[in-house]
Design a binder for this molecule. Structure first.
Ligand code: ADP
Ligand code: MG
Length: 650
């Protein structure tokens, strides 16, 4: 039967304004089992004809029936399927993949096969006389041997037809003879062979010789009749779209990606480095931002909520000048009066001084703070062990102390300090409680202080009548402005301040400050994050660049893969997986490095960092996404290459 039927096949190439008619109205039928030689001068259209027959190229017009089915209108993927299933190709320049062994080259079309044959690539290599060379790479084989590998490859899916374009063109005459005998042998077993050749004596093995000149058939000689027929019976059973993602394809995508990465180590490492730096940056920056945010949050919450800090005169100046050289400062009376203002829940006075503290032979320099019972409420600082001093103890000026964690550690170590006596300015104080660990609040370390009753501080320790400042806690945030005004009014009256001195009552709204700090911190983290984002983007552009180079460099490989049955999706996946692999490797190392750096920053530089699981997930997802997005364009470019143009690419 007719396996091939061409009707009025024409192929035009347009280069600028010139149109080359490479094939003109070719009518040709080829029976199954034929050995056809196509001959003619260079430029006569032999390769063009063979490429159209082999579905590597599409005719400009005309009809092509393959086993009775019209194929010139099939989609790219259907063509790939037919090439894989029914055809084998042997090229003048062999077109073996240089990175893989002879055996793997032979098995290559299997990857893309929908119906796998049981043919063992090893058997095929022995059949072409290369049983001893299975592990050799193409560059470790002679030209003749490479061509035999290529023939073995063309047989792996048990083809109906083998197309050979000057298969002996690059070989010496002895190797050429061997190749021709091989083809003849295959023909004897029933495979249709269509071969382009220049050499009349090689063409003599064919039973039919077609001569071309200027794109037209000028002669068609049948020497002998067809010998045999093929068991495949020439039926193209099913030309439906067959690109099932099976295991062998996926495995191949990964192994190809890995191979390609390994074969260009420097390049791979550099592009991995780009992503790695980005991801490391991302993790470290997020950890820093988060750490700083947490730190500030804690510090802010240590200030207490809805607090007005009320001072007489600006900070550290102490008092409001009254003109005649006298100053007025706040007293406990102000505290009591302020407490009476509606909406005020707690008022806490502070009177502090630095002092040396002794316990046994240990001493420690710390801040002694006189305050009242309400301190623990507004700072949410109820003693962990022991207790706070009471109202009565405050009134009675009792010599009791509640100490911070740092003070406890320095004076007592692991010992229980409750009930022990410490000396502050030569006065014995009994330790009655230890404050919970708080860290810093604004500029103060809340763990490095000793709290004593305010009256004790005033009369026994510091001998001062006034207090430094007071914290006023307001019931609700929206009442803070109002309350601040009331406090000002109260103090102005109490101290008989002239109206122009009202401004010297310094009232700070901590809630506002907290809000400002929080939003600043948020901006700060966003800034850090965006720096990391940009560096990851730069890494991604690097990947895209590398992938484009990779596609260009492997254009011929892409052409070959398509010739033996890879469809567009196969090529697309292969390249995307390559770029995603780069990014995932970079991402994983980057995450490890970023986490390490974050911990190192915390440990050695004392910065607070916090690596969150979500930042790791984000970095991983983001880097894989970078690989996908920046790999997509090069991969698409590769997948859309026309097989024959890709194969011709120099
Ligand atoms: P042969 O294989 O017989 O030497 P080809 O089939 O390769 O000849 O080429 C036939 C004609 O088509 C030549 O004139 C050649 O210049 C032209 N041709 C082949 N391929 C292309 C192409 N990709 N673009 C433009 N012209 C082409
Ligand atoms: Mg040619």
């Amino acid at each position: 039967m007719n396996i091939i039927e061409l009707k009025n096949i024409t192929k035009k190439y347009s280069i600028g304004k010139i149109t080359v008619l490479a094939l003109e109205n070719i009518n040709l039928t080829i029976q199954q089992g034929n050995f056809v030689a196509i001959m003619g001068h260079s430029g006569s259209g032999k390769s063009t004809l063979l490429n159209i027959l082999g579905l590597l190229d599409k005719p400009s017009s005309g009809s092509y029936l393959l086993s009775g089915k019209e194929v010139s209108k099939l989609s790219d993927d259907e063509l790939a399927f037919v090439r894989n299933e029914l055809m084998g190709f042997v090229f003048q320049n062999f077109n073996l993949l240089s990175r893989i062994s002879a055996l793997e080259n032979v098995a290559l079309p299997n990857i893309y096969a929908t119906h796998k044959t049981k043919i063992n690539p090893l058997d095929l290599l022995s059949k072409v006389g290369l049983a001893e060379r299975t592990k050799h790479k193409p560059n470790e084989l002679s030209g003749g041997q490479q061509q035999r590998v290529a023939i073995a490859r063309s047989l792996i899916n048990n083809p109906l037809i083998i197309f050979a374009d000057e298969p002996t063109g690059n070989l010496d005459s002895k190797s050429a003879q061997e190749i021709i005998s091989l083809l003849q042998e295959l023909n004897n077993s029933g495979i249709t062979i269509i071969m382009v050749t220049h050499e009349p004596d090689l063409a003599s093995v064919a039973n039919r010789t077609i001569k071309l000149r200027d794109g037209k058939i000028i002669s068609d000689d049948r020497v002998s009749s067809i010998k045999c027929c093929n068991e495949k019976n020439g039926i193209i059973k099913n030309l439906e779209h067959h690109s099932i993602l099976n295991y062998s394809r996926i495995k191949d995508y990964f192994s190809q990606a890995l191979r390609s990465l390994l074969s260009n180590k420097t390049r791979s490492i550099l592009s991995i480095l780009g992503v790695l730096v980005g991801v490391t940056c991302l993790i470290a920056m997020l950890a820093l931002g988060k750490g700083a945010q947490e730190e500030v949050k804690k510090s802010i919450s240590n200030l207490g909520s809805n607090i007005l800090v009320v001072r007489a005169g600006a900070f550290q100046r102490g008092g409001i000048t009254l003109g005649t050289g006298t100053r007025t400062r706040f007293t406990l009376f102000d505290v009591i009066e302020t407490k009476k203002i509606p909406g005020v829940t707690n008022v806490v006075p502070y009177l502090s001084a630095n002092s040396q503290v002794l316990y046994g032979n240990k001493n420690w320099n710390t801040r002694i703070v006189g305050t009242n019972v309400e301190y623990q409420e507004i700072k949410n600082s109820f003693p962990e062990t022991g207790r706070f001093f009471t109202e009565t103890e405050t009134i009675q000026r009792t010599k009791v102390a509640v100490i911070g964690k740092t003070v406890k550690d320095h004076l007592f170590g692991d010992k229980n300090p409750i009930g022990e006596f410490i000396k502050i300015r030569k006065i014995d104080f009994q330790v009655i409680g230890v404050l919970p660990e708080k860290g810093t609040s604004g500029w103060q370390n809340l763990d490095d202080q000793i709290l004593i009753p305010i009256n004790t501080a005033k009369y026994r320790l510091m001998g001062r009548e006034y207090i430094d400042y007071m914290d006023v806690q307001v019931e609700q945030e929206h009442l803070m402005e109002l309350t601040a005004g009331r406090i000002k009014k109260l103090i102005t009256q109490q101290h008989r301040l002239p109206p122009n001195k009202e401004d010297e009552i310094d009232i700070r709204n901590m809630a506002e400050l907290q809000a400002t700090i929080s939003s600043t911190m948020k901006t700060f983290s966003y800034l850090l994050g965006s720096i990391a984002f940009v560096s990851l983007l730069v890494g991604g552009i690097g990947i895209m660049n590398i992938m484009l180079v990779s596609v260009t460099e492997r254009t011929r490989e892409i052409g070959l893969r398509k010739a033996i049955g890879a469809n567009n999706k196969d090529i697309l996946f292969q390249f995307i997986i390559e770029s995603v692999t780069i990014c995932i490797v970079g991402g994983i190392i980057g995450i490890l490095l970023g986490v390490t750096i974050s911990f190192a920053l915390a440990k050695f530089a004392g910065w607070s960092t916090m690596v969150s699981v979500s930042s790791i997930i984000l970095a991983f997802t983001f880097s894989s996404l970078v690989g996908f997005i920046f790999g997509l364009w090069p991969a698409r470019k590769a997948s859309l290459l026309n097989p024959i143009e890709a194969l011709r690419y120099e």
